[in-house]
Design a protein around this ligand. Structure first.
Ligand code: AMP
Length: 209
């Protein structure tokens, strides 16, 4: 699933993975877990993430190669946040080799809406659930597990601006990379969660049936 930060990839990927019975593989989540655990990877990734930059292709490709080699990904998976560069996309094609073709869904949302969503979204410290906050007054506990809700360090306004620049430079070219493939679909991600989920589901069905 492709799209700029704030397009709703995490939310939509999590719903779709659950409804299709495949693992939801979020590279951002894998990195945040490593930061929490204080591993070598986490120490390297923390500064990069908080500066709104991308972790190196080499590290990310290794992570995804390992993860896709696990048993639960043998019959399908949903990648959220990977690939983010053309090198990562090339590597993904190599990793997948003879498997079924990739279905690529691009969620498109305009910049004003992205900044609005990112500046008001909160993430649960315990379960990772993402919540938006209506009219700028954030709720403080997670509706799913009751954990405390926190703003991600990289959702601060200055970092958000940098992430959007990096998206335009490094990730947006992936639309051109994939759009000639018959399994590519672009979905309007600016509507509410339910409406976008219906569009995403229909797009996936349209290219897999
Ligand atoms: P996300 O949760 O997908 O917004 O990712 C959060 C941050 O993790 C990004 O802003 C990057 O710094 C880093 N990250 C996640 N996935 C990748 C990737 N595929 N390549 C490089 N950096 C990544």
């Amino acid at each position: 699933m492709l799209g700029p930060p704030g397009a709703g990839k995490g939310t939509q990927a999590s719903r779709l993975a659950q409804s299709r019975g495949v693992p939801h593989i979020s590279t951002g989540e894998i990195l945040r877990e490593a930061v929490q655990a204080g591993t070598d990877l986490g120490r390297k990734a923390k500064m990069v993430i908080e500066a709104g930059q991308l972790v190196s292709d080499e590290i990310m490709i290794d992570i995804v190669n390992d993860r896709l080699g696990k048993d639960d990904a043998r019959h399908g998976f949903l990648l959220d946040g990977f690939p983010r560069t053309v090198s990562q996309a090339d590597a993904l094609d190599n990793i997948l080799g003879g498997r079924e073709p990739l279905v690529v869904i691009d969620l498109s949302v305009n910049d004003d809406e992205l900044v609005r969503r990112l500046s008001t979204r909160r993430m649960c410290e315990l379960c990772g659930a993402i919540t938006g906050s209506a009219n700028g007054s954030p709720t403080v506990t997670c509706g799913t597990c009751g954990g405390a809700l926190k703003q991600r360090n990289d959702d601060r306004e200055d970092v958000v601006r940098q992430r959007l620049i990096v998206y335009r430079q490094s990730t947006e070219p992936l639309i051109g990379y994939y759009q000639q493939r018959p399994t590519f679909r672009s979905v309007d991600g600016s509507q509410d969660e339910e409406a976008v989920a219906a569009l995403v589901g229909a797009a996936v069905d349209g290219v897999t049936s």
